[in-house]
Ligand binder design. Structure first.
Ligand code: SAH
Length: 231
């Protein structure tokens, strides 16, 4: 069954956004995934469509109301995991992306303003997911980035399915350097070994390079890689 995203947002028009282009766009038109938006404003209690209010206890910004978001969830949630994009959340990893790609339906709440009333997150056992240690203006951007990572793992989305296996993070190593024609560019040559046609040597060279780059840039990942080899 094709994966379905149900997105709770006050900006439904942002979707599918860049997901409508390129590989993800093609997969969308082929029905390999689908997306439905729920406009949280439709569940407001006043005619202005207000969804937020000032924080209890004072402080800057506005907070999304539990009752309004609760009404939106009550009317639309039919089952499956509910995520909320949040800088407080569990940092998104390729492993989590794989896990999400196995689901049938994922609901995602996109925050805006200062945050969301904690009670609705508790009541619906919402899982908080962060896309990194920096702060965006809204959850829509974060959700689209997460969806992009999930969609490219769905069956038949990437032409060459082998291409995900050697990618950064798939085996705790960053990817080796890539080259294409011309063989010489402004005095810089493609490494000789890649032109040798010797598959084993090429594989060894790429592995060596991947380890070197990971050691330099992400010693934390290299440690995971070495630990995984030890068992
Ligand atoms: N006051 C909040 C930040 C609000 S940013 C705090 O300090 O945690 C507004 C919205 O943008 C958030 O509700 C969330 O949905 C989204 N957002 C911002 N940064 C994000 C990140 N790193 N990952 C995921 N979502 C993020």
């Amino acid at each position: 069954m094709a994966l379905k995203f149900k997105v709770y947002t006050i900006f439904p028009e942002i979707f599918p956004g860049f997901l409508g282009y390129s590989l993800t766009g093609k997969a969308l038109s082929e029905g390999k995934w689908s997306l439905e938006t729920v406009n949280i404003r439709d569940y407001a209690l006043d005619k202005h469509g207000s969804v937020d209010d000032t924080p209890c206890g004072g402080g800057a910004g506005m907070v999304m109301r539990a009752d309004i978001l609760g009404r939106a969830l009550e009317a639309n949630h039919k089952g499956g995991r509910i995520l909320v994009m949040s800088p407080r959340g569990k940092p998104l990893t390729q492993q989590m992306v794989h896990e999400f790609s196995q689901e049938e339906e994922i609901s995602v709440i996109c925050g805006r303003f200062e945050g969301i009333d904690e009670r609705v997150l508790e009541a619906y056992q919402v899982e908080e997911v962060s896309i990194g240690d920096y702060v965006l203006t809204g959850g829509e951007q974060a959700a689209q980035i997460m969806f992009d990572a999930i969609i490219r793992l769905l069956p038949g989305v990437l032409g060459n399915t082998l291409s995900t296996e050697s990618e950064s993070f798939e085996n705790c190593l960053l990817e080796y350097p890539q080259y294409t024609r011309p063989i010489e560019w402004e005095g810089r040559k493609v490494p000789e070994v890649l032109l040798s046609g010797h598959h084993k040597k090429i594989e060894d060279w790429r592995k060596e390079q991947a380890i070197k780059i990971t050691r330099e840039r992400r010693p934390d990942l290299l440690k995971k890689y070495l630990d995984s080899k030890r068992v």
